[in-house]
Design a protein around this ligand. Sequence first.
Ligand code: ZN
Length: 564
Amino acid sequence: MNFCEIPYKRPNLDEYELTFVELLDKFDSAKNFDLQNEYFKKIYEHRDDFMTMYCLASIRYSIDTTNETYKVENSFFNKVVPVFENLINKFYHSLEKASYKSELINVHGEHIFNLASYKLKSFGDEIIVEKQEENELVAGYMKFLASLRIEINDDQYNITGASKFRVSPDRKLRKKASDAMQDQFAKNQKYLDNTYDSLVKLRHKEALKLGFETFVDMSYVSLRRIDYNPKMVASFREHVVKYIVPLAQKSIEKQKQRLGYQDLKTYDLGCHFLDGNPSPQGDADFIISQAKKMYEELSPETNYFINFLIDKGLMDLVNKKGKQGGGYATGLDKYKYPFIFSNFNGTSYDVKVLAHEAGHAFQKYLCYDKEISEYRRPPSETAEIHSMTMEFFTLPYMKYFFGDQTDKFKFSKVTQSISAIPYICAVDHFQHIVYENPNLSPDERANAWKELEAIYLPGSCNYDHEYLQGGRFWQKQMHIYKLPFYYIDYALAQMCAFQFWIKYQNDRGTTWSDYMNLCKAGGTLPFLEVIKIANLDSPFEGGCVKNVAQELEKYLDNIDDGKF
Ligand code: ZN
């Protein structure tokens, strides 16, 4: 069936809940293991029914936000998701006290039981009021970001629109756009300070109510970090400071040379080459046809996969009127269909987003044989390995998109991926300080950020705007307000993607099969166990960051960037 022929039907919530509770009763009271296992599977099928219609409505709404039917359906789901989550919590409670638990573990693995217990530990009725307040503050912040209008050369832009000037080869324009952006944030500094202050205090209160010492401990549980802890993350950050920060600094020095500036400002960092950043040699249709060719050649599995997506209409890639912004990969679990959504606009972003989201979609596609939906959807430090690695595995095919600018593209891709890691670590370290010391004042938090900039981002924080000099760069980082502690996942995944890429250059066959094994394992195991399956070193182990940094340095030293 083609995506457009899939019938949509809104679940009847009363009936849905009733069936769920009935299945749960039968699961709880099952008189033997076979029966309990049968209801276990039925509950997952019932969960998939709901999620499939939810995803179908949200995909169709995001493709055309002016479609009244799906607009209504999408807001229906947004309203009823808490009811659905509450049902899942009930299911998790039943799992904890299941009469045939050890037999279920034998068949389905222990991991689902650990996930359930982590979820239950980090949520409870006693924090519902705080959670609601927290959600309102976050919604307000997101609305604030979306409503910002930044005036540049008599035109008004939203944040996404204005960010395109970051990579402009016109230095004056870059500065103007950056100043206009900082002005808007500076004007709202009080609001941003106070909102964050309230969020920190609320989250700390939630943690105490649930019996945690700090919100840090609570977050590691709610993010299902089963086999690593804040101490291990702190030591990872130390290795980044020791081995990746000098590499990032070296890149900045080279960039300064290429651009010929005495003084490289923060607003210059997005512009890698004097004549501008590389862009694809054709329009969106060209990019799609080249991407098809690329995935056909990359491996037999991606060949089958890309043609499956095309045949079933499972991609909506090109920017059009009424379409939601951004890019994502999701799936219709009941049909075993992944789906890729993006907004191609003819820039190098298109190539990146397609490689990235195809990585996520490929993993989903390979995991549809799993009955347990949590096993199909790994947490993000694992999931981002699938997508970030795909960005690197497709590098040998970039000539299809960038022609004679391919070397430039690859060079800037590698340097950008390196430079992102120290910033991610600074954001992570900042949040640890903030939530371990919930009574810091907004100015004390800003000072803490300034100290972290000196450690993680030497050479990148050359600001000439007062707002940034005051230590408030982080207020633009949505994750800090909306998704606490989530951000480090990108750095952990990037370290794994780098390992894959380094091996891939020496032994494509073995590395590809390691990657396939990682994707197929999905979310069946905790992070450190799942990367072991793929023969990757743990980013927390002493030598890992060091080895990766050395290989990257070798690669970059072999490129004469003076010719770009
Ligand atoms: Zn991703």
